[in-house]
Design a binder for this molecule. Structure first.
Ligand SMILES: [Zn+2]
Length: 231
């Protein structure tokens, strides 16, 4: 099978953008792919980014955005010769509807998320809020792929996770926009200190970051902001 990608080996990742990809890409046989197939929007549509990762074991989507952008996702997958049936794993960074809206499209995929998503602190106790009852998912710790690491990045929600692949990290709403990372702006959260800590850990990794709703911020852009950081 051929993949459209800039990259051909595990140590040399590049992000492959949806926009203009076919003007710049080359076909690489057996190359691994990470591609942001939708960069996300805060407005007018509240829709998360969607990232495709093809490892040697899996064809993964990290987040599925909101229902309003279903056609865009299907079309972008088709552009690289994939159908919804080819996706065998969906990892949700968290369970908000603008990140899970198209989970149902991927009928052959196992959907993974953190069970901590279903936990909420209330009056000093842990409770399981009803609003998450509709979600069925497999605990993300059961996802096995040597090329992928999952990092807990709580704060925006209790069970927010980030997905690490090579020199990239996909963080969902631990950093919904570039400004969150560049200006140490804590996102909307259930736990301020946890969100602050997660943002710091993401920055310190020194990787390219796929934000929740504003595409990619590159490691070198973060580097200078880290030097100025008041964390
Ligand atoms: Zn969210």
């Amino acid at each position: 099978m051929f993949y459209y990608a800039y990259l051909s080996c595990l140590k040399n990742y590049e992000f492959v953008y949806t926009k203009n990809i076919f003007e710049h890409c080359e076909r690489v046989q057996g190359g691994r792919v990470i591609k942001v197939i939708f960069e996300g929007e805060v407005s007018p549509r509240k829709a998360s980014s969607v990232t495709l990762i093809e490892t040697s074991e899996h064809c993964i989507l990290v987040d599925t955005s909101s229902k309003e952008v279903e056609d865009v996702i299907v079309a972008e997958l088709a552009e690289i010769g994939l159908s919804v049936e080819d996706i065998d794993a969906v990892i949700n960074t968290h369970l908000h509807p603008d990140h899970t809206g198209n989970n149902d499209l991927f009928r052959k995929a196992t959907v993974y998320a953190s069970p901590n998503e279903c936990v909420e602190k209330y009056d000093g106790r842990l409770v399981y809020p009803d609003r998450y009852a509709k979600f069925t998912f497999t605990p993300v710790k059961e996802f096995e792929d040597e090329e992928i690491q999952v990092m807990n990045t709580p704060g925006h929600t209790w069970g927010s996770i980030s997905v690490v692949y090579g020199n990239c990290i996909i963080v969902g709403d631990a950093a919904p926009t570039k400004k969150n990372l560049l200006e140490d702006l804590i996102p909307e959260c259930v736990d301020y200190l946890a969100a602050k800590g997660s943002l710091k850990r993401i920055k310190m990794l020194g990787k390219n970051v796929v934000t929740g709703h504003e595409g990619i911020i590159h490691a070198h852009e973060l580097q200078s902001s880290l030097q100025e950081s008041c964390f």
